[in-house]
Design a protein around this ligand. Structure first.
Ligand SMILES: Cc1cc2nc3c(=O)[nH]c(=O)nc-3n(C[C@H](O)[C@H](O)[C@H](O)COP(=O)(O)OP(=O)(O)OC[C@H]3O[C@@H](n4cnc5c(N)ncnc54)[C@H](O)[C@@H]3O)c2cc1C
Length: 416
């Protein structure tokens, strides 16, 4: 079958790789000049199979009000008269009940658990390297209140069968030796040892080469304008250069996915939530992290990627803009230098990306009402983590095979 994958981010490239392995003739189209040049470029590098939960949770609306007024705020809200933004925020609020949180989290964990196995398979099949490490995520608490509040996360991890360790400050230092210099700032931590880290950009680029070896064609520098649909069946894709023909089309355009499918009345509640990162060259490895440390106070992840520190976080709801605000840079610099001052901050690269967020935190993976048109998008905060799992799912669904895990509640029809 001829399949076109729209988007060469981590989700599009992993999808293309699996579709090629399943025997299809695959073309990937992207407006950029290479893979992973938008949101998959410089994310926080966490491959967080265990620490995987939706942002919409009970108590979040109240916490969000507090965050808005913090000096180093994890949440920034710039409301606009934009119906997509307002309706997405209303849906997000509706997902903040215990019942919906439990349902959404179980879906996310199902995909993440599948992704853990699928990523290991991809590594074994291809041998690609991407500054990967398998040393877990340490959630770091600076106050007793944060440590006490983690009891509910511990309960949830235990209920989901996710391995974890609750650590005192000495335990945190055992896992992350550089923390010995800031012993007095730490009250404790929660370690999810099965989590991994790695550079999403390097991974996606290396996998795109492997996909090309399997016969995938990459068409870069090409703007996707519209879908070509006749009689309720997809026939191809209209770009600014030509119309490409296909038997099936997979939309993996990240935050831009809803803009393409809305002409067919497919209401895809994916909205951009901007985040920021800094990538800092390491000059003193003894004061750098070993793996990922989640600074609970600022909701910022600090990750070791080879000879660099990647620090990323913040959620800014301000529409489709990649502006780089110096205030946001100051927050990242504050968090990283306070704990891990082993990098040359003057040489850091500052970046922003748009997380393609659904209001329930779960990606949208599956068919649509247009025959042959599939969605693999809306991976939000954890697209790097879930990509290999959702790629296998979409490949099975496009191929008409029964997926290895239940995917019936992951399609866009769940919002109907
Ligand atoms: C600050 C930050 C930190 C993060 N940290 C983590 C983390 O630690 N772990 C984790 O798992 N996830 C993390 N994420 C989330 C993760 O980065 C995303 O979920 C993931 O990159 C989304 O991948 P994607 O392929 O769906 O989208 P993208 O990477 O954005 O790919 C979409 C592609 O579509 C193309 N495109 C869009 N519209 C068009 C068009 N009209 N024509 C042609 N091409 C088009 C774009 O050029 C782009 O290449 C983070 C995100 C941010 C912003």
């Amino acid at each position: 079958m001829k399949v076109i994958v729209l988007g060469a981010g981590v989700v599009g490239v992993t999808s293309a790789y699996q579709l090629a392995r399943a025997g299809h003739e695959v073309t990937v189209v992207d407006r950029q000049e290479g893979p992973a040049l938008e949101t998959s470029f410089a994310n926080a590098g966490e491959v967080s199979f265990g620490y995987c939960s939706p942002w919409a949770a009970p108590g979040i609306p109240l916490k969000a009000m507090k965050w808005l007024f913090m000096e180093h705020a994890p949440l920034i809200l710039r409301p606009k008269m934009d119906t997509a933004m307002l309706s997405w925020m209303a849906q997000m609020l509706r997902n903040c009940t215990s019942q919906r949180y439990a349902l959404n989290k179980s879906r996310m964990l199902r995909i993440a658990d599948y992704a853990r196995v699928s990523l290991a398979d991809v590594r074994n099949e291809t041998g690609i390297a991407y500054d990967e490490r398998m040393q877990g995520t340490l959630q770091l608490f600076r106050t007793q209140q944060q440590l006490d509040a983690s009891a509910k996360d511990v309960k949830a991890l235990a209920a989901d069968g996710v391995p974890y360790e609750v650590l005192d400050p000495e335990g945190c230092i055992r896992v992350e030796p550089a923390l010995r210099h800031v012993r007095e700032k730490i009250v404790g931590g929660l370690l999810t040892p099965k989590d991994e880290t790695g550079d999403c950009f390097k991974f996606t680029n290396a996998l795109a080469l492997k996909a090309a070896e399997l016969g995938v064609t990459f068409v870069y520098g090409t703007n996707i304008k519209a879908l070509d649909v006749e009689g309720g069946t997809v026939r191809g894709v209209v770009t600014d250069r030509e119309t490409l023909r296909a038997d099936a089309v997979v939309v993996a355009l990240g935050s831009y996915s809803p803009l393409l499918v809305k002409q067919f009345d497919i209401k895809l509640p994916v909205y951009p939530v901007k985040g920021y990162s800094l990538t800092i060259p390491i000059v003193d490895a003894s004061r750098a992290p070993e793996s990922t440390v989640m600074d609970e106070t600022y909701k910022i992840a600090i990750t070791r990627l080879g000879d660099r520190i990647r620090v990323g976080g913040m959620a800014e709801i301000s529409g489709y803009t990649n502006d780089l605000g110096q205030k946001r840079r100051a927050t990242l610099e504050h968090s990283v230098t306070d704990l891990f001052p082993g990098g040359d901050i003057g040489k850091a690269d500052f970046w922003s990306g748009l997380r393609p967020m659904t209001p329930d935190g779960t990606p949208v993976i599956g068919p649509t009402k247009v025959k042959g048109l599939f969605l693999n998008t809306g991976h939000g905060t954890l697209g790097w983590t879930m990509s290999c799992g959702s790629a296998k799912l979409i490949s099975d669904l496009v191929s008409g095979r029964k997926p290895e895990i239940d995917a019936t509640d992951l399609a866009v029809s769940r919002y109907a």
